[in-house]
Design a protein around this ligand. Structure first.
Ligand SMILES: Nc1ncnc2c1ncn2[C@@H]1O[C@H](COP(=O)(O)OP(=O)(O)OP(=O)(O)O)[C@@H](O)[C@H]1O
Ligand SMILES: [Mg+2]
Length: 376
């Protein structure tokens, strides 16, 4: 008598459903094999003499179960295949999107670079226009004086040749020549001064040698050159920079910054005041940075003006010797040469305070001749 389906046979069917397509496929194959084997066996047993009908029924039931299970597995396999297809198409879509985004980013970067170049050119354009405008006044004045002088000389010469020259004419002529010469000198000096300032704007690399130096020493040096300006005044200067702060940077720009700030305190801050104080201090802060504090207790800078003081050609002394390049140069030196930042804190009647922050070791990118476009 053939054996009834044993627990072992049931165990062969009741395995857990694998959750990967490959496992599912081999499970389906395996179950099909079991079904075929069982069917073959049932057929054989049907033909045998000792067929037991109960066992036959069990076999049929088992076979049904296996079929149902196989169907379930096949459906599960189809489902997983569908999920895989969906996943694959989602992955393709994502890859396409990443690709598109990468291309868009590259285009954006290029556009930004172009914009920066365009803005640089625009800044340069306005600087050149400003230079032309500023130089126009002293050069125009010189031209007027020179042609007036030429006419004067011609008239004088005519009188001389005609023998009609009187002593008074000669005296007047000398006085007029002296005035003309002084006007010419003043205007030429102004033009030379402006050109000197414009040269500084270009952050002249040759005058900026990098070296190791002591911060206090280099500030003392520049203050000694400013001493004559302070000597006969009631204005005082206190230097609270400790000795021994050694920098590997550009002493030239630091000296130029200090000189421009002191000149501004004298010209703007203390104008019309009987006394005034300048305080210069420095400290080493975290990250190898130097903080240089410059302050005066002068007139201060009203908020409306403070926003514009670093712009090229902004001056409140138009026509009185101001070109408005001093703080623009300071800004360029602080950022381009020293690789740092400069901040103004002020207000009308509160004095002016400039905080300059720059690295103790200047970055190697500083002073590659890049021109900065100003803060705004
Ligand atoms: N310490 C200060 N106190 C008050 N006002 C100041 C001070 N420093 C600068 N300013 C203001 O900022 C403006 C811009 O200064 P900046 O040095 O750029 O030009 P300027 O001194 O007018 O001309 P330049 O420096 O070319 O001779 C000045 O005209 C002045 O109004
Ligand atoms: Mg100035």
């Amino acid at each position: 008598m053939p054996a009834l389906p044993t627990r072992a046979t049931a165990a062969m069917v009741d395995r857990p459903i694998p959750d990967d397509p490959e496992g599912l496929r081999s499970e389906v194959v395996r179950l099909k094999k079991i079904v075929r084997a069982l069917m073959g066996r049932a057929e054989r047993d049907m033909n045998a003499r000792h067929t037991d009908f109960g066992w036959f029924q069990d076999t049929i039931r088992l076979e049904d179960q296996v079929r149902a299970r196989t169907r379930e597995l096949e459906e599960a396999q189809l489902h997983i295949e569908r999920i895989n297809r969906d996943l694959q198409s989602a992955k393709d879509r994502l890859e396409r999107e990443v690709d598109e985004r990468r291309r868009a980013n590259a285009a954006l970067e290029q556009a930004m670079e172009q914009l920066v170049q365009t803005e640089k050119l625009a800044a340069l354009g306005s600087l050149v226009a400003g230079v032309a405008h500023e130089l126009n006044t002293p050069l125009g004045n010189s031209l007027t004086v020179a042609s007036a002088l030429s006419q004067l000389v011609q008239g004088f010469n005519e009188q001389l040749e005609a023998g009609t020259l009187r002593k008074q004419t000669l005296v007047d002529f000398v006085a007029q020549c002296r005035d003309a010469a002084s006007l010419l000198e003043k205007n030429c000096r102004r033009a030379a001064e402006l050109i000197g300032n414009f040269k500084q704007v270009a952050v002249d690399q040759t005058s900026m040698r990098r070296r190791r130096f002591d911060l206090r020493q280099s500030i003392e040096e520049v203050l000694s050159t400013l001493h004559p300006k302070l000597k006969h005044t009631a204005y005082g200067l206190e230097l609270a920079v400790p000795a021994g702060i050694e920098l590997d940077s550009f002493p030239g720009p630091i000296e130029q910054i200090v000189a421009n700030l002191v000149n501004n305190s004298l010209q703007h801050g203390f104008e019309g005041r009987s006394e005034g104080h300048i305080h210069i201090a420095a400290e080493v802060v975290s990250g190898g940075q130097i903080l240089l504090h410059y302050s005066d207790d002068g007139a201060g800078i009203p908020d409306a003006i403070a926003k514009r003081v670093f712009d090229p050609f902004f001056t409140t002394r138009l026509g009185r010797g101001g070109s408005g390049l001093g703080l623009y140069i300071v800004y360029n030196l602080a950022t381009a040469a020293l690789g740092g930042t400069i901040e103004l804190t002020s207000g009308a009647g509160r004095g002016a305070r400039f905080d300059l922050r720059f690295p103790r070791v200047a970055p190697s990118t500083a002073l590659r001749g890049e021109e900065h476009d100003g803060p705004g």
